[in-house]
Every structure is written in structure tokens, then in C-alpha cells.
Design a protein around this ligand. Structure first.
Ligand code: G4P
Length: 524
């Protein structure tokens, strides 16, 4: 009989962090193909472009026209059940993208070999770093001419400040791409995807063990030299460091041609952690604890005014979910029945009957839940650690169009802020309302929902991007406020400054060293 612990140990839950166009959709699709979760290549891609809808969930997205979702894809492979959480990028980038990273146990970072580390990757990486979760790197598009591999490694280490260990190493690239020298499996994998004879064994000296034309190639010679360099001067492999998130195993491949994807997946499953214990108000909750528990990391409102219901995304942390079970909402102590209210996401099966730690379920929400809420069957009604506050980068000044609607305006803003849709600040001088977001989409959702759910038209005035730094000081001299360093209070009444740019921030730090500023997203 399989126990709860056996079940939990099969779960691997991760998100892909990357910059748009690095190949996230392509890699996801290839992984799903291996797992047999989809049959045709092009399925995920079509979803991205809005041509594909299988479940009700997709229907909701389709009706709304825009996708704010971090949907979940699940597949079984080699006795594992893998959950991939999508992190929306492009114009859909929002705090939800960050929050999704709170619900995973590891992350896969895709880097375009020609572009190296890009903006969005850095932002998402920082959040993973904050949590100390393992980060696996896939350097993609080796079938194209890109940066030199050693240069890419140096960039990873310098820009992201993480140690790396190349699990394999490219032999040539672009038109001359021959394959990878697989240090981990002690073989060469030739760039002939799908062919079983693509593997060539290495001997104890790390050289080709059989006669092969590759031995004559200058690219092979060069690779052996680079491997020697990596062995002598590079980092040691360390499972402990991988699990602590301080060393990233690096894989080279080409998602489009399915090259190196399976090799990556096999190693990923070997080293990625199963669901981990989560900290709560009563200490750590183990995933094999019999009490069911989980936390809401995202709430998606339906943009169709005819359908007011929302979907709350729950990451299961312990116990087993069963349809119709009764749970407590820890924040209020209120009992809730999870009867017909659940749905597996992005899956043909609309309803879920059973799920365990690591899995994600969608709960229909009529306004019960807030982001960060814990639900559990335990009478102790503990709560998991609060989700962190993310640093907003763009701002809007907001007022109600119709002054007679002030009451609705305040109610709407307060609820949307509490729900985590957007962040609210008030200027200390004028008590103006400023909204902060990490992506433009958050403002659009806010405006839309204020109109549709609270019947208030708002005036949004662009303030552009700002650098937000909080201070723990309980008292701040109001004269420090200026147009270049706007003094505000957040919704917890904590002081923060919105700096016009880097220069303004540095100038302020120089002039006012006593005011201690911090960015919650800097882990150090
Ligand atoms: P994203 O989800 O990270 O935004 O990236 P996506 O997978 O959509 O890939 C972005 C582009 O890069 C796509 O080309 C895709 O075909 C290409 N690509 C992904 N992996 C590889 C690879 O290993 N090698 C090469 N050469 N290209 C790769 P596109 O032309 O923008 O897409 P489409 O017009 O074909 O849809």
C-alpha cells in the first residue's frame, strides 16, 4: 500500500524562470511530451497564442481575453509526478509571477545562449534566491551561434552571484554543434535527437572509449581542454549546495530540436527536492503530516462581469486533499467545505479527487480568500509564514473620477490591495493615493475591476518607474520628501521613499546616511 509519504516523495514542483523568448514555452512543451501529457508538439505554443482551450479553466481565460494566470501543468514521468507552474512574462508580468515562486520547491532557469542573463531572469532569480530554493540552469539554443560557454558561465556567476557546475559541456555550437560532453553521465551525447545510438561512452580518463570520427575533430580537442580547465579551476559538484540554492547545475541543449531535454529532465528529477516542510505559527509542517494544509498564493478574478467568481490557487503543503472535505480558514477560524469547488488546472480532468503536498489545486472563491491565507483541517488553525512584499517598480497616481463615489472608491481599493492585486501607498504630505506594481498589467486589472466590481471609474495618472526603498525608522523627517524622493507610507504604515532613479537614490544615501533604507527583495 502506498503511504502518504510515498506519494509526496514522487512530487516535483517547479517554475521556469526566464526572459521572454529564451524558450520557456518550447521547453515546457518538450517536457510535457516526454511525460505523455500532450500528444502534439505545438499544443503549449498554441495556448500561448490563445488558440487552444481544453478545460473550463482555459475557457475562463479565453473569455477574459487576457491571461493573468500562472497555470499549472502536470505530467507523470519515471514514477514522478511533476507540476510545472507557469510564470507569466511579457505584458502579463505581475506580482503573481513572483508569488508563483513561493509555491514551488525548485526553479529551472532558461538562458538564451546568444543573449546571456537578461532583465526578467534577474528579477525572478532574486525571488528564488530569497527563498533559497534550488535553481537548475538550461542554456538553450545551442543549435545557434551564441556566446562562448565559458563566457556564459562567468556571466551567471558574476551577474547572479551563484556558483555553477556544468553537468555537460557543448562541443561546438550553431552550424558546428556536435553535441555535449556529458560530465555527469560520463558519455558524449551527439546532436542527433531521438537516435538511440547518439551516446558514446567515455573511458576513465574522460576521453572517447571507442574509435569514432569525432576523435579527429578540433572541436573535440578543444572540448577536452575546456573540460580539463573546468575540472581544475571550476567548482566541485555538491548536492548539498544544489539543495541550498547556492550552486546551480548547468545543462546545455536545444529545446527546439529536443536535444539535451531528456538528459536534463533525468538529472533534474534525481536532484530536485520533493516537497519540503513549511514554516508556520506552530513550527514546521511536514508534508507527510496527516492534517491537510495549504496556502493561497494567487487569486484570479474573472474579468467577465457576468461571472463574478474568482479562483484561488492553493499550494498543498501537507496531508491529502479529498473532495468534499471540510477545512478551516485560519485567518478567520471559519469552516469551509471544499465540495464542488475544486479544479485541477490546465488539465483535461476538470475536477480533482485527490492531491497531496506539492500539488496545486484551484478553489472557486466567492470572496472568502486572501493571498497568503492558510487553510487546514487541523484544529490548531496555524498559519504559514506571510508571503513577502515585492518591490514595485512602476507607479500611478489614482483618484475617483466622480467625487460622489468616494466610498466605493475606498472600499474597492482597500479590497483589491488586501487581495494582493496591487500595492497602495499614500504620500505623507498630501495623502495622495499612489499605486505600485511590478508590471503594467496590474494597473489594467485594477482599473477594470474597480469599474466592474465596485462601479467606480478611476483616473490613473502615470508616474513612471521609481526605485522603492523602505525604511524601518518609525519617524522620518517629512522635509526629506522631494519630487525625486517621494516620501510615502505603505498599507502597514511603514515609511518608504520612491526615488526617481539610481542617481537620486545614491545621492540620498550619501547625504542622509542615518536613514537606513532597504529593499525586501535583496536577500543579503
Ligand atoms: P518563451 O516562451 O520563453 O517566450 O520562448 P518560446 O519557447 O516561445 O521560444 C521563443 C523563440 O525561440 C521561438 O521562435 C522558438 O521557436 C525559438 N526557440 C526555442 N528554443 C530554441 C532552440 O533550442 N533553438 C532555436 N534555434 N530556437 C529556439 P519564434 O520564431 O519566435 O517563434 P515562432 O514564431 O516559431 O512561434
Amino acid at each position: 500500500m502506498t503511504t502518504l509519504n510515498d506519494e509526496v516523495q514522487t512530487r516535483r514542483t517547479f517554475a521556469i524562470i526566464s526572459h521572454p523568448d529564451a524558450g520557456k514555452t518550447t521547453l515546457t512543451e518538450k517536457l510535457l511530451l516526454f511525460g505523455g501529457a500532450i500528444r502534439d508538439a505545438g499544443t503549449v505554443k498554441a495556448r500561448k497564442t490563445g488558440k487552444y482551450a481544453t478545460s473550463d479553466w482555459m475557457e475562463i481565460e479565453k473569455q477574459r481575453g487576457i491571461s493573468v494566470t500562472s497555470s499549472v501543468m502536470q505530467f507523470d514521468y519515471d514514477n514522478f509526478r511533476v507540476n510545472i507552474l507557469d510564470t507569466p512574462g511579457h505584458q502579463d508580468f505581475s506580482e503573481d509571477t513572483y508569488r508563483t515562486l513561493m509555491a514551488v520547491d525548485s526553479a529551472v532557469m532558461i538562458v538564451d545562449s546568444a543573449k546571456g542573463i537578461e532583465d526578467q531572469t534577474i528579477k525572478l532569480f532574486k525571488v528564488c534566491r530569497m527563498r533559497g530554493i534550488p535553481i537548475f540552469t538550461f542554456i538553450n539554443k545551442m543549435d545557434r551561434q551564441g556566446k562562448m560557454p565559458l563566457e556564459l558561465l562567468a556571466e551567471l556567476e558574476e551577474v547572479l552571484g551563484i556558483e555553477t557546475y556544468p553537468m555537460n559541456w557543448p562541443i561546438g555550437m550553431g552550424k558546428e554543434f556536435v553535441g555535449v560532453y556529458d560530465r555527469f553521465n560520463n558519455r558524449i551525447e551527439q546532436f542527433k535527437s531521438g537516435d538511440e545510438d547518439r551516446f558514446l561512452p567515455l573511458n576513465d580518463e574522460g576521453e572517447l572509449a571507442i574509435d569514432h570520427e569525432l576523435k579527429e575533430s578540433p572541436l573535440y580537442e578543444q572540448t577536452l581542454e575546456e573540460i580539463m580547465l573546468l575540472t581544475e579551476a571550476g567548482n566541485q559538484f555538491s548536492k548539498e549546495k544544489i539543495l541550498a540554492g547556492t550552486l546551480s547545475p548547468v545543462f546545455f541543449g536545444s529545446a527546439l530540436t529536443t536535444f539535451g531535454v531528456q538528459t536534463f529532465l533525468d538529472a533534474y528529477l534525481q536532484f530536485a527536492p520533493a516537497p519540503q516542510p513549511r514554516n508556520s505559527t506552530v513550527g514546521e509542517i511536514e508534508p507527510n503530516n496527516d492534517d491537510f494544509s495549504g496556502f493561497i498564493f494567487k487569486i484570479q478574478a474573472n474579468m467577465n462581469p457576468k461571472h463574478r467568481d474568482r479562483i484561488a490557487f492553493l499550494r498543498i503543503c501537507s496531508g491529502k486533499f479529498e473532495r468534499g472535505m471540510s477545512v478551516y480558514l485560519s485567518r478567520t477560524g471559519k469552516p469551509i467545505n471544499l465540495s464542488s469547488s475544486t479544479q485541477f488546472l490546465a488539465d483535461d480532468r476538470n475536477t480533482v479527487n485527490e492531491a497531496v503536498g506539492g500539488d496545486i489545486i484551484g478553489l472557486y472563491d466567492t470572496g472568502n480568500y486572501q493571498i497568503g491565507d492558510t487553510i487546514t483541517t487541523s484544529k490548531e488553525m496555524y498559519q504559514f509564514d506571510r508571503l513577502p512584499q515585492f518591490t514595485p517598480e512602476i507607479f500611478m497616481r489614482v483618484t475617483a473620477k466622480n467625487v460622489m463615489k468616494q466610498k466605493h472608491f475606498h472600499k474597492g481599493i482597500n479590497q483589491l490591495v488586501q487581495e494582493g492585486a496591487i500595492q497602495l501607498f499614500k504620500t505623507v504630505r498630501m495623502e495622495e493615493y499612489l499605486l505600485g506594481a511590478v508590471g503594467q498589467l496590474q494597473f489594467e486589472v485594477f482599473e477594470h475591476r474597480m469599474r466592474n466590481e465596485y462601479n467606480v471609474d478611476v483616473i490613473m495618472e502615470r508616474m513612471g518607474s521609481k526605485i522603492t526603498r523602505w525604511t524601518e525608522d518609525q519617524k522620518v523627517d517629512e522635509n526629506l520628501h522631494s519630487t525625486r524622493s517621494i516620501l510615502v507610507k505603505d498599507r502597514y504604515d511603514q515609511y518608504a521613499f520612491l526615488f526617481e532613479n539610481d542617481f537620486a537614490l545614491r545621492w540620498f544615501q550619501d547625504k542622509k546616511p542615518d536613514v537606513k533604507l532597504y529593499n525586501p527583495m535583496d536577500s543579503e
